[in-house]
Design a protein around this ligand. Structure first.
Ligand SMILES: [Zn+2]
Length: 325
């Protein structure tokens, strides 16, 4: 979701004095940017022609242009993201440059530091400093927590902040990831016995919910083949299974629910409790409600900052200019 310009102005106006002169440019080119302050760097964008490529995390909307036989330049990413690039995208080891959180590497006259992002497994932000002292912070997608706060602390005002603006609207306010996970576990644990419980899952992201549910219930979560493979790559194989008859817990992508509960004839639909952990829960009715024969629960679990957290992140960092991503 793009920051509306009125929201953008509101967001920047409430920031520290360093940001008063911030200008926010509305981008419409999709996620992933050529960092205009450092023209030889691209972040989450794999159009050829740059010297350095930074990948914040392994989500498809951040991988545009990346091909299996990529050879256009080195790709910086966390160790886990590099593993996913190798295993899932077939990217050659020879172009991968793994960086650890807190580590600074030098490339093409830039000091590049990876920082925690608390988004999905392997996600990082990047702080960049050029030889002449110019600075930028590229957040990728992130959710503020204490670890992220301490990573941002002391960076000082940056010249340009490329900011995850997914929920940059005052109506978005989320509980912590831990609280939202507890709520999912509570709903699953209290579901009527004998029926299926279906969770909306991603391949990468929201994995901690699957783990917490499996631990609490004492059964693995059934996943479809591709998602199962990724969970195993992430070291979460103990909490999931590819055998449906081992468990009443199921993990499906969001599209499955539309297909099963709204497009199938009613008599072919299964009775189920459906739990959808999503930041967009604020746009859904609160509490349980019945749809297509199932009981749906939307839980405001987010791996992106809410509005207050975006403001706080901006206060901590300080920026002369903010570019939404
Ligand atoms: Zn993401």
């Amino acid at each position: 979701m793009r920051l509306r310009s009125s929201t953008a102005a509101h967001l920047s106006a409430e920031l520290d004095p360093a940001a008063e002169s911030a200008t926010i440019r509305d981008r419409d080119s999709g996620i992933g940017v050529a960092l205009d302050v450092f023209p030889h760097v691209r972040a989450d964008s794999f159009e050829e022609g740059a010297g350095v490529y930074l990948l914040s995390h392994y989500h498809q909307d951040h991988l545009h242009g990346l091909e299996k036989d990529w050879s256009a330049g080195p790709i910086y990413a966390s160790e886990l993201t590099c593993m996913l690039l190798r295993e899932l995208s077939g990217v050659s080891e020879s172009v991968l440059r793994p960086v650890r959180e807190g580590e600074t590497v030098e490339e093409d006259g830039l000091a590049i530091t990876a920082l925690p992002a608390n988004h999905c497994p392997g996600s990082v932000m990047y702080h960049l400093r050029s030889g002449d002292g110019g600075t930028a912070l590229y957040t990728g997608d992130f959710r503020l927590d204490d670890e992220v706060r301490s990573g941002l602390d002391g960076l000082g005002p940056v010249d340009t902040l490329y900011l995850d603006s997914t929920y940059a609207d005052p109506r978005y306010s989320f509980p912590s990831r831990e609280e939202a996970t507890k709520e999912v576990v509570r709903i699953v644990s209290e579901a009527p016995t004998g029926g299926e419980v279906m969770l909306a899952v991603y391949t990468i992201g929201k994995n901690g919910i699957v783990e917490a549910v499996a631990r609490a219930v004492g059964k693995p979560v059934y996943l479809t083949a591709r998602t199962l493979r990724v969970y195993k790559l992430l070291g979460l194989g103990d909490f999931v299974t590819g055998k449906r008859d081992e468990t009443h817990l199921r993990g499906y992508s969001r599209g499955y629910f539309d297909e099963h509960f709204f497009m199938l004839p009613r008599e072919r639909r299964r009775k189920a409790v459906v739990v959808i952990p999503t930041g967009w829960a604020n746009d859904e009715p609160a509490g349980a409600h019945t749809r297509g024969g199932a009981t749906f629960h939307y839980v405001p679990y987010s791996e992106h900052c809410d509005y207050q957290e975006l403001q706080e992140a901006l206060r901590i960092v300080g920026a002369r200019r903010v570019v939404e991503i």
